[in-house]
Design a protein around this ligand. Sequence first.
Ligand code: FES
Length: 314
Amino acid sequence: MTARIIQKLRVVGVEDSTPEVRVYTLEHPRKPLLPAWAAGAHVDVRVADAKVRQYSLCGEPGVQKRWQIAVKREAAGRGGSAWMHETLALGGEAMVSAPRNNFPLAPATRHVLVAGGIGVTPLLAMARTLAAEGADFTLHFCARSAALAPLLAELRAVCGPRLVTWFADEGRRFDAALIGPPAPGTHLYACGPQRLTDAVRAAAEAAGWAEPQQHYEVFQPTLDENFKPEPFELKLASTGEVLLVPADRSALEVLRERGFALPSSCELGVCGSCVCGYSEGVVIHRDSVLPVAARQDRMTLCVSRARVAVTVAL
Ligand code: FES
């Protein structure tokens, strides 16, 4: 795995936002400024066994002195969040990548944000930006209860009456149909569990939202366990050479073996690090990061495959 880890950052703050969610504040031990970022960006953090996990930056966009991430300990997760909670302490060091943004704010006259649980992290950063700009927005925040709603105090302070909470223990459950038909110039953003983003997407499509007006981010792979990978061919646009990708290998692995130094991070189709252009072929897109429009000419090499030989821009 070629992660985009670029720097060792120091943990200068650790705070429990809820019993499950810990907020880490990170600074460079020597440099006064970290790379700039915009709302919606995430970073990769190296966890145990050289694996990486993606976490949205949830602090103040534009503040380069320190970054903040919020990590929910996932009991049924892949172990990265548990490692973070158990290992990363005040004064410790974390290996962190430069920010990448697959979920930026679009120019719009109004923004509707829908967050589920820990999925609120990029939307908090968006709310900070929108509030600072005096923009028109509403943030719907779904959680089991106020006590388990991460970053709630910050959200209330940033959003004021523009925050609408949907806490299940209060009998308030978000109905995606509330989104209603799109008003001109309005954009919709959702981040959270896949059942929430799927419900928002279905409701938005049923209500006539155009695809470019909808923006989703999920950090869980959406791979279909029943998918049976087949071998396929990759053609290199630069030389015309054809490479066979066996059923048990990824395009990324085969291309690296051929000598291409290609970046990757999650290798689960969620981060976008390995996205590559393509021009011909029928791609089976298996990622959860590329918007529909981008799938016409871009693919994730880590998980996506092809039905008909695909020509990659390499
Ligand atoms: S490495 Fe993350 S999408 Fe491929």
